[in-house]
Design a binder for this molecule. Sequence first.
Ligand SMILES: C[S@@+](CC[C@H](N)C(=O)[O-])C[C@H]1O[C@@H](n2cnc3c(N)ncnc32)[C@H](O)[C@@H]1O
Length: 276
Amino acid sequence: MALKLPADYVLGTHTAEGDRLALQHSLWIDEARAAWNQCGIRKGSRVVDVGCGPGLATVALLEAVGETGTVSGIEISARFAQQARARCEAAGRSDCEILQCDLMTDSMPPHFRHAFDAVWMRWVAMFVRDPKKLISQLSDLLAPNGVVALHEYYAYDAYSLLGGGARVREFVQFAMASFAKEGGDASIARELPQMLVDQGFEVVSMRPIARAARPHEPLWHWPAGFIRTYSPTLVKLGYADEQWLAAIEAELRAAEANPASVLIAPSVLEIIARKR
Ligand SMILES: C[S@@+](CC[C@H](N)C(=O)[O-])C[C@H]1O[C@@H](n2cnc3c(N)ncnc32)[C@H](O)[C@@H]1O
């Protein structure tokens, strides 16, 4: 029987997941900054990082908005919210408010309503059971003409080991099923443009981001690292067993021993939309 894990959300907030998010952030910060430039985040902007996790992008946003701007965060996990606060304080900014709340059930406090020029959101919509509700929360946070910049996957099933990788294929199917079981949708970006338009946003720009990694490249450790971090959870959830865990590790090691191997990452869609 499948187990229910004690976690704020399906990926958990344990140390290995925190480390994975940090590696992921280091490999995606240039793409995030490109989105921030594109949507007009600049010195003096008031930005909220929705689903900020342990505050990795939150702190990078502080640099972008400078001393005259503000960055806030919203996060369901008490552990991640505390880590985000600590990161902002270590960056010399004790004025960052990290609100711990569930975007699915909690209303925004009055001082967060219509208070921001920009929302940044990365890999959050894929985990929520009601993305329309999430979009309405984003709208509530934004001042008139405010912008949302987001990175979410539109083709999670692109995630694969080129030319083979049967266990990796299974991993991707199991991972998608585990997100869906909690009400999420790994490829939610397919639905977001319509949802944004339906809720009064104008889509300003879209950019698909597809990435491929070879074993000697730092990027390899992002798709391979997620397989290694999340596979034990899939076993605990009942999607696979210990034998499968050993088999997927063997498949990854064999791929890493072959310089011609290519891991395709799940494809991201950047969406920038303006509240009318
Ligand atoms: C994959 S992590 C991404 C974290 C961060 N955005 C980043 O790019 O590093 C997804 C984050 O969304 C948060 N989250 C998921 N569901 C949420 C909800 N209903 N309300 C608030 N935060 C949520 C999780 O706790 C987690 O920190």
